[in-house]
Design a protein. Structure first.
Length: 223
């Protein structure tokens, strides 16, 4: 696609800007009558499992095991993830029948807790579904995946998609995000007085999922 930026200077017949190699984040907002029972089911199941939803220390976070999508209380949200994945594949014009959830876990962040910059190796797509957010704990950061852009940093007059090195996305209960698994992202420290609860997940083509796509970290508390 060619986009005219401005009138060319003297001696130029025309001047175009060619956009290449985009990165995307797919955002879907579930209707309240859909996401409220889903979130209630997730919280109820976590309570039955003894998850530390209220007794974490300030600055502490907790992650569940990787197989939460296999529990009955998570079936509805897993179905929504599958539907969204189909939409992403259609948008990308990927000719493959389906994607498989290779890992699905709960993130609980106490006040003061965040998550460092990371990506999700050995998967095609990753995503987040939001169960409990509030002002001060309702954003996620996506970082420029091209390290070469940090070599020269001239002053800029306005932030644009072409010159920014970080995009902050506002999130809310019942929102689902999906993005390439290689895209670096982070979560700022929870600045509210309540826990922030989200559901992370990975998706991969089934032929790859058998061997390579399990998360590379262990569940449990972290300082």
């Amino acid at each position: 696609m060619s986009i005219m930026t401005k009138q060319p200077g003297q001696g130029f017949q025309k001047s175009d800007l060619l956009r290449m190699f985009p990165t995307f984040v797919w955002k879907a907002e579930l209707r309240p009558e859909i996401h409220q029972p889903i979130n209630d089911s997730i919280l109820r199941t976590l309570g039955e499992l003894g998850a530390p939803l209220a007794d974490l220390m300030p600055g502490e976070s907790w992650q569940s095991g990787h197989g939460m999508h296999e529990l009955d209380g998570f079936r509805a949200v897993a179905d929504c993830i599958g539907q969204s994945a189909e939409g992403v594949l259609e948008y990308l014009k990927v000719g493959h029948a389906s994607l498989k959830i290779t890992g699905c876990w709960v993130n609980v962040n106490a006040p003061g807790a965040g998550h460092h910059v990371h990506n999700h190796p050995n998967n095609y797509l990753s995503g987040v579904y939001y169960v409990q957010t509030q002002p001060g704990a309702n954003t996620i950061n996506f970082l420029d995946p091209r390290p070469q852009t940090a070599i020269i940093r001239p002053p800029i007059t306005a932030l644009t998609a072409e010159n920014t090195e970080q995009v902050v996305v506002d999130v809310a209960d019942g929102m689902l995000l999906m993005f390439p698994a290689w895209l670096p992202h982070s979560v700022d420290a929870n600045r509210s007085d309540r826990t922030r609860i989200s559901l992370g997940f990975n998706l991969m083509f089934p032929a790859y999922a058998e061997l390579m796509a399990q998360p590379l970290w262990a569940p449990g508390r972290r300082p």
